[in-house]
Design a protein around this ligand. Structure first.
Ligand code: GFB
Length: 303
């Protein structure tokens, strides 16, 4: 069981998820935590003393534009890190590893809410199939490693995550941070309107990053089975609803134009949270509250 003195390694430490996980582990007084970012050599973190517990988070991800334009980069970066981290964890006797996948692993034409039993039952959404394949390979590798080597390695699947330290600036960003930034700048420049990509009809399950990392820590401590576990809010919000919520939080007074010439991606993506709820964990932040916290962070940290 992971305790406050356990040797813990967090990969993907330069990402929003990684940074917030490190903050929360520190808050809970875990004393022996190392972290590795994309540019660092992973193997050096296994010598002389290997970690006992590994949080395997991805180093590279992005929103719909990044997935469309950089599918090979996203697939390669993720696959390489997954293979390296699982191999090293096996070789150096890591006690437990949790692998973080994302909701793009679910097939395109599913009824909400999605459960892990539905994985691999249909074709993937084309805008993110390469990234999704890498994450699916990760889930399969975790399950195979359990079978072949009898290791307590587990996986989980995150809903669309957002919050502090997200990429707010680049075109590769996810929808929440992207719209917060665009409406914030439009407010400062007193613009009349802001463009929102796509029809506004797609529905997503938005999860605050602090909820995600609390879920990750909970599963690391309490879950030991092969089936991946969703970490989600289980609440569907359309991009239109989200956009108007962000408009309110940011205080942008202009109009929103939904640009149907840009891609929608998956139509619906809401995950079933019942498994992790049965295990004793619930998400804590409402979408409204989480959007306010995220905008506050943006105001304090970005100009
Ligand atoms: O966040 P996002 O790129 O993730 O987009 P996905 C969600 C929806 O928001 C899409 C719309 O329907 C977009 O068309 N949208 C509207 C915008 N305005 C914007 C904007 O300014 N920026 C962005 N990015 N979207 C992701 C994958 O797909 O799912 C990730 O790309 C990850 O890699 C994540 O797997 C869970 O839900 O479409």
């Amino acid at each position: 069981m992971m305790n406050k003195d356990s040797r813990i390694l967090v990969t993907g430490a330069g990402t929003m998820e990684g940074i917030v996980l490190l903050e929360v582990l520190k808050k809970y007084d875990y004393k022996n935590v190392s972290s590795v970012t994309a540019s660092q050599n992973l193997s050096q973190y296994f010598k002389p003393e290997p970690p006992e517990f590994v949080f395997l988070l991805g180093d590279s991800s992005g929103g719909i534009k990044a997935n469309i334009e950089k599918p090979a980069t996203l697939m390669t970066d993720n696959l390489l890190r997954i293979l390296e981290a699982v191999s090293l964890s096996l070789e150096f006797g890591v006690k437990k590893l949790i692998f973080l996948a994302s909701s793009c692993v679910y097939p395109k034409h599913l009824e909400d809410p999605m459960t892990p039993q539905m994985l691999m039952t249909g074709p993937l959404e084309t805008t993110n199939s390469a990234y999704a394949m890498a994450k699916l390979a990760g889930i399969e590798l975790i399950q195979s490693t359990r079978k072949e080597y009898n290791k307590n390695f587990i996986s989980c699947i995150s809903a669309n995550c957002f919050g502090p330290y997200d990429d707010f600036i680049s075109e590769d960003s996810h929808v929440v941070s992207s719209l917060i930034r665009r409406m914030h700048l439009a407010k400062l420049k007193k613009l009349d309107s802001v463009s929102v990509w796509g029809s506004g009809n797609p529905v997503r399950d938005f999860l605050y990053v602090e909820d995600l990392v609390e879920g990750l820590i909970y599963l690391m401590k309490n879950y030991n089975e092969s089936t991946p576990v969703n970490i989600a809010s289980s609440k569907g919000t359309s991009i239109k609803e989200l956009s108007y919520k962000i408009k309110e939080v940011v205080g942008f007074k202009g109009t929103l134009n939904f640009d149907k010439s840009l891609p929608d991606g998956m139509k619906h993506k809401v995950l079933d949270n019942s498994h992790i709820n049965e295990l004793g964990w619930n998400s804590n932040f409402s979408l409204d509250n989480a959007l306010e916290l995220t905008y506050d962070w943006h105001l304090k940290n970005l100009v």
